[in-house]
Design a binder for this molecule. Sequence first.
Ligand code: MG
Length: 294
Amino acid sequence: MDRAAFPAQVGIFEVGPRDGLQPEPAFIDTRKKIEYVDMLTGAGCKKIEVSSFVHPKWVPQMADAKEVFAGIKRREGVVYSALVPNLRGLELAAECGLDEVVTIVSTSESHNKKNLNAAPAETLKEIQKINAEARRRGIRVRSYIATVFGCPIEGGQDPAKALDIALALESFGAYEISLGDTTGMANPLSAYSVPKMIKEKLSRANLAVHYHQHFGLEFANNFASLQAGITVFDGAAGGLGGCPYAPGATGNCATEILSEMFRRMGIRTGIDSGKIQEAARYAKTLSSLIHENC
Ligand code: MG
Protein backbone atom coordinates (compact mmCIF):
# COMPACT_ATOMS: atom_id res chain seq x y z
CA MET A 1 0.00 0.00 0.00
CA ASP A 2 1.42 3.37 -1.02
CA ARG A 3 1.90 5.87 1.80
CA ALA A 4 1.53 8.69 -0.74
CA ALA A 5 -2.10 7.65 -1.27
CA PHE A 6 -2.93 8.99 2.20
CA PRO A 7 -3.01 12.54 3.54
CA ALA A 8 -0.14 13.95 5.63
CA GLN A 9 -2.58 14.80 8.39
CA VAL A 10 -6.14 14.09 9.48
CA GLY A 11 -8.47 15.60 12.06
CA ILE A 12 -9.83 13.79 15.07
CA PHE A 13 -13.03 15.13 16.57
CA GLU A 14 -13.13 14.16 20.25
CA VAL A 15 -16.63 13.34 21.48
CA GLY A 16 -15.86 11.66 24.81
CA PRO A 17 -17.11 14.29 27.26
CA ARG A 18 -20.49 14.52 25.51
CA ASP A 19 -21.23 11.40 23.49
CA GLY A 20 -19.10 9.26 25.78
CA LEU A 21 -20.46 10.36 29.15
CA GLN A 22 -24.06 11.06 28.13
CA PRO A 23 -25.40 7.52 28.71
CA GLU A 24 -23.77 7.08 32.13
CA PRO A 25 -26.59 6.35 34.59
CA ALA A 26 -25.03 7.93 37.71
CA PHE A 27 -24.35 11.67 37.65
CA ILE A 28 -20.65 12.38 37.22
CA ASP A 29 -19.20 15.17 39.29
CA THR A 30 -18.79 18.40 37.30
CA ARG A 31 -15.17 18.75 38.44
CA LYS A 32 -14.36 15.35 36.96
CA LYS A 33 -15.90 16.30 33.62
CA ILE A 34 -13.82 19.49 33.61
CA GLU A 35 -10.70 17.46 34.40
CA TYR A 36 -11.43 15.10 31.49
CA VAL A 37 -11.84 17.99 29.02
CA ASP A 38 -8.66 19.67 30.29
CA MET A 39 -6.72 16.42 29.85
CA LEU A 40 -7.99 16.16 26.27
CA THR A 41 -6.91 19.74 25.60
CA GLY A 42 -3.52 18.90 27.11
CA ALA A 43 -3.25 15.83 24.87
CA GLY A 44 -3.51 18.03 21.77
CA CYS A 45 -7.15 17.48 20.77
CA LYS A 46 -8.16 20.36 18.52
CA LYS A 47 -11.92 19.80 18.56
CA ILE A 48 -13.76 18.67 21.65
CA GLU A 49 -17.49 18.12 22.05
CA VAL A 50 -17.81 19.09 25.68
CA SER A 51 -21.48 18.78 26.61
CA SER A 52 -25.00 19.32 25.34
CA PHE A 53 -27.67 21.91 25.94
CA VAL A 54 -30.68 19.64 26.05
CA HIS A 55 -33.40 19.68 28.68
CA PRO A 56 -32.05 17.94 31.82
CA LYS A 57 -35.27 15.93 31.94
CA TRP A 58 -34.09 14.08 28.81
CA VAL A 59 -30.36 13.92 29.47
CA PRO A 60 -29.72 14.52 33.20
CA GLN A 61 -26.00 13.74 32.82
CA MET A 62 -25.51 16.94 30.82
CA ALA A 63 -27.44 19.20 33.21
CA ASP A 64 -24.18 20.92 34.24
CA ALA A 65 -23.19 22.02 30.72
CA LYS A 66 -22.95 25.68 31.71
CA GLU A 67 -20.74 24.92 34.73
CA VAL A 68 -18.48 22.64 32.69
CA PHE A 69 -17.96 25.34 30.05
CA ALA A 70 -17.26 27.88 32.79
CA GLY A 71 -14.70 25.56 34.43
CA ILE A 72 -12.62 24.25 31.54
CA LYS A 73 -9.34 25.86 30.55
CA ARG A 74 -9.90 26.93 26.97
CA ARG A 75 -6.81 26.83 24.85
CA GLU A 76 -6.37 29.18 21.89
CA GLY A 77 -6.93 27.31 18.63
CA VAL A 78 -9.06 24.56 20.19
CA VAL A 79 -12.75 24.39 19.31
CA TYR A 80 -15.11 23.48 22.17
CA SER A 81 -18.59 22.55 21.02
CA ALA A 82 -21.91 21.31 22.37
CA LEU A 83 -24.89 19.41 21.02
CA VAL A 84 -28.02 21.53 20.68
CA PRO A 85 -31.44 20.08 19.81
CA ASN A 86 -33.26 23.42 19.33
CA LEU A 87 -33.01 27.22 19.36
CA ARG A 88 -33.09 27.35 23.16
CA GLY A 89 -30.02 25.11 23.24
CA LEU A 90 -28.29 27.35 20.72
CA GLU A 91 -29.05 30.38 22.87
CA LEU A 92 -27.49 28.71 25.93
CA ALA A 93 -24.46 27.70 23.87
CA ALA A 94 -24.05 31.30 22.70
CA GLU A 95 -24.26 32.50 26.32
CA CYS A 96 -21.32 30.20 27.09
CA GLY A 97 -19.31 31.83 24.31
CA LEU A 98 -19.21 28.81 21.99
CA ASP A 99 -18.28 29.31 18.36
CA GLU A 100 -19.44 25.89 17.25
CA VAL A 101 -22.52 23.74 17.94
CA VAL A 102 -23.54 20.27 16.85
CA THR A 103 -26.94 18.99 15.70
CA ILE A 104 -28.23 15.45 15.24
CA VAL A 105 -30.85 13.69 13.12
CA SER A 106 -31.26 9.97 12.33
CA THR A 107 -31.94 8.33 8.98
CA SER A 108 -34.21 5.92 10.88
CA GLU A 109 -37.65 7.26 11.66
CA SER A 110 -37.95 4.94 14.70
CA HIS A 111 -34.57 5.94 16.16
CA ASN A 112 -35.21 9.64 15.62
CA LYS A 113 -38.56 9.35 17.40
CA LYS A 114 -36.91 7.64 20.38
CA ASN A 115 -33.96 10.04 20.41
CA LEU A 116 -35.70 13.34 19.69
CA ASN A 117 -39.41 12.55 19.87
CA ALA A 118 -39.92 13.71 16.28
CA ALA A 119 -39.87 12.43 12.73
CA PRO A 120 -36.58 13.12 10.87
CA ALA A 121 -38.35 15.67 8.63
CA GLU A 122 -39.47 17.66 11.69
CA THR A 123 -35.99 17.53 13.20
CA LEU A 124 -34.53 18.79 9.92
CA LYS A 125 -36.86 21.82 10.07
CA GLU A 126 -35.54 22.57 13.57
CA ILE A 127 -31.94 22.15 12.38
CA GLN A 128 -32.62 24.58 9.55
CA LYS A 129 -33.74 27.17 12.12
CA ILE A 130 -30.66 26.45 14.27
CA ASN A 131 -28.43 27.01 11.23
CA ALA A 132 -30.10 30.30 10.33
CA GLU A 133 -29.80 31.64 13.88
CA ALA A 134 -26.26 30.29 14.28
CA ARG A 135 -25.20 32.07 11.09
CA ARG A 136 -26.65 35.32 12.43
CA ARG A 137 -24.60 34.87 15.61
CA GLY A 138 -21.41 33.80 13.80
CA ILE A 139 -21.52 30.24 15.20
CA ARG A 140 -20.51 27.27 13.04
CA VAL A 141 -22.71 24.19 12.83
CA ARG A 142 -21.55 20.58 12.61
CA SER A 143 -24.23 17.99 11.92
CA TYR A 144 -24.47 14.32 12.79
CA ILE A 145 -26.53 11.89 10.83
CA ALA A 146 -27.24 8.90 13.10
CA THR A 147 -28.01 5.27 12.15
CA VAL A 148 -26.47 5.75 8.68
CA PHE A 149 -25.10 2.19 8.56
CA GLY A 150 -28.02 0.49 10.26
CA CYS A 151 -30.61 0.97 12.97
CA PRO A 152 -31.10 -1.38 15.94
CA ILE A 153 -34.88 -1.03 15.57
CA GLU A 154 -35.37 -0.89 11.79
CA GLY A 155 -32.29 -2.76 10.62
CA GLY A 156 -30.45 -1.86 7.39
CA GLN A 157 -30.72 1.72 6.14
CA ASP A 158 -30.78 2.76 2.50
CA PRO A 159 -27.71 5.02 1.97
CA ALA A 160 -29.96 7.23 -0.18
CA LYS A 161 -31.64 8.41 3.04
CA ALA A 162 -28.31 9.56 4.48
CA LEU A 163 -27.49 11.27 1.17
CA ASP A 164 -30.79 13.20 1.11
CA ILE A 165 -30.26 14.32 4.71
CA ALA A 166 -26.62 15.27 4.05
CA LEU A 167 -27.64 17.43 1.08
CA ALA A 168 -30.32 19.11 3.20
CA LEU A 169 -27.84 19.77 6.03
CA GLU A 170 -25.35 21.21 3.56
CA SER A 171 -28.02 23.50 2.12
CA PHE A 172 -28.82 24.74 5.65
CA GLY A 173 -25.18 25.74 6.08
CA ALA A 174 -23.50 22.94 8.05
CA TYR A 175 -19.71 23.21 7.57
CA GLU A 176 -19.20 19.53 8.39
CA ILE A 177 -21.43 16.46 8.39
CA SER A 178 -20.52 13.36 10.38
CA LEU A 179 -21.93 9.98 9.37
CA GLY A 180 -22.82 8.10 12.55
CA ASP A 181 -22.67 4.34 12.96
CA THR A 182 -24.75 4.62 16.11
CA THR A 183 -24.68 0.97 17.20
CA GLY A 184 -21.64 -0.40 15.39
CA MET A 185 -23.38 -1.94 12.38
CA ALA A 186 -20.97 -0.79 9.66
CA ASN A 187 -18.38 -3.03 8.01
CA PRO A 188 -15.33 -2.04 5.94
CA LEU A 189 -17.29 -2.31 2.68
CA SER A 190 -20.08 0.04 3.75
CA ALA A 191 -17.55 2.22 5.58
CA TYR A 192 -15.86 2.71 2.20
CA SER A 193 -18.80 2.94 -0.18
CA VAL A 194 -21.31 5.06 1.77
CA PRO A 195 -18.96 7.95 2.71
CA LYS A 196 -17.44 7.87 -0.79
CA MET A 197 -20.85 8.14 -2.46
CA ILE A 198 -21.99 10.98 -0.19
CA LYS A 199 -18.68 12.87 -0.37
CA GLU A 200 -18.90 12.90 -4.15
CA LYS A 201 -22.34 14.52 -4.01
CA LEU A 202 -21.51 17.23 -1.48
CA SER A 203 -20.24 20.45 -2.96
CA ARG A 204 -19.13 22.44 0.06
CA ALA A 205 -19.57 20.67 3.41
CA ASN A 206 -16.76 18.48 4.71
CA LEU A 207 -17.61 14.86 5.52
CA ALA A 208 -16.54 13.02 8.69
CA VAL A 209 -17.23 9.55 10.07
CA HIS A 210 -18.30 8.44 13.54
CA TYR A 211 -17.92 4.73 14.26
CA HIS A 212 -18.93 2.77 17.30
CA GLN A 213 -17.24 -0.32 18.67
CA HIS A 214 -18.07 -3.76 17.47
CA PHE A 215 -15.46 -6.51 17.84
CA GLY A 216 -12.76 -4.00 16.84
CA LEU A 217 -14.36 -3.44 13.44
CA GLU A 218 -14.46 0.31 14.17
CA PHE A 219 -10.76 0.60 13.33
CA ALA A 220 -11.14 -1.30 10.07
CA ASN A 221 -14.13 0.93 9.31
CA ASN A 222 -12.13 4.09 9.95
CA PHE A 223 -9.35 2.81 7.74
CA ALA A 224 -11.82 1.98 4.95
CA SER A 225 -13.23 5.52 5.20
CA LEU A 226 -9.69 6.93 5.09
CA GLN A 227 -9.21 5.02 1.84
CA ALA A 228 -12.46 6.56 0.59
CA GLY A 229 -10.99 10.03 1.09
CA ILE A 230 -12.38 10.93 4.52
CA THR A 231 -10.03 13.09 6.61
CA VAL A 232 -12.00 13.75 9.82
CA PHE A 233 -12.71 10.95 12.30
CA ASP A 234 -14.74 11.02 15.51
CA GLY A 235 -13.48 9.25 18.60
CA ALA A 236 -13.93 9.17 22.36
CA ALA A 237 -10.89 8.79 24.61
CA GLY A 238 -11.37 5.61 26.60
CA GLY A 239 -13.93 4.33 24.07
CA LEU A 240 -16.75 5.65 26.23
CA GLY A 241 -20.31 5.90 25.09
CA GLY A 242 -23.40 4.25 23.85
CA CYS A 243 -26.82 5.64 23.17
CA PRO A 244 -29.55 5.80 25.79
CA TYR A 245 -32.19 5.39 23.06
CA ALA A 246 -30.57 2.62 21.02
CA PRO A 247 -30.67 -0.86 22.52
CA GLY A 248 -27.30 -2.58 22.26
CA ALA A 249 -25.39 0.61 21.52
CA THR A 250 -21.70 0.22 22.23
CA GLY A 251 -18.94 2.68 23.02
CA ASN A 252 -17.42 5.11 20.55
CA CYS A 253 -14.24 4.31 18.70
CA ALA A 254 -11.36 4.85 21.17
CA THR A 255 -9.38 7.98 20.28
CA GLU A 256 -6.16 6.65 21.81
CA ILE A 257 -6.14 3.64 19.46
CA LEU A 258 -7.39 5.55 16.42
CA SER A 259 -4.70 8.22 16.82
CA GLU A 260 -2.08 5.49 17.33
CA MET A 261 -3.12 3.87 14.04
CA PHE A 262 -2.58 7.17 12.24
CA ARG A 263 0.70 7.83 14.07
CA ARG A 264 2.11 4.48 12.96
CA MET A 265 1.08 5.25 9.40
CA GLY A 266 2.96 8.57 9.56
CA ILE A 267 -0.28 10.60 9.44
CA ARG A 268 -0.29 13.57 11.82
CA THR A 269 -3.23 14.16 14.17
CA GLY A 270 -1.64 16.61 16.62
CA ILE A 271 -2.45 14.20 19.45
CA ASP A 272 0.23 13.14 21.93
CA SER A 273 0.03 9.36 22.32
CA GLY A 274 1.15 9.27 25.97
CA LYS A 275 -1.19 12.05 27.06
CA ILE A 276 -4.23 10.69 25.22
CA GLN A 277 -3.68 7.32 26.86
CA GLU A 278 -3.61 9.08 30.21
CA ALA A 279 -6.90 10.85 29.36
CA ALA A 280 -8.35 7.49 28.27
CA ARG A 281 -7.38 5.86 31.55
CA TYR A 282 -9.00 8.71 33.43
CA ALA A 283 -12.13 8.50 31.25
CA LYS A 284 -12.52 4.82 32.06
CA THR A 285 -12.58 5.63 35.78
CA LEU A 286 -15.66 7.79 35.10
CA SER A 287 -17.55 5.07 33.26
CA SER A 288 -19.72 2.37 34.75
CA LEU A 289 -20.83 0.93 31.41
CA ILE A 290 -19.24 -2.28 30.24
CA HIS A 291 -19.62 -3.13 26.59
CA GLU A 292 -19.51 -6.89 26.45
CA ASN A 293 -19.71 -7.13 22.70
CA CYS A 294 -16.89 -4.69 21.94
MG1 MG B 1 -21.25 8.18 19.21
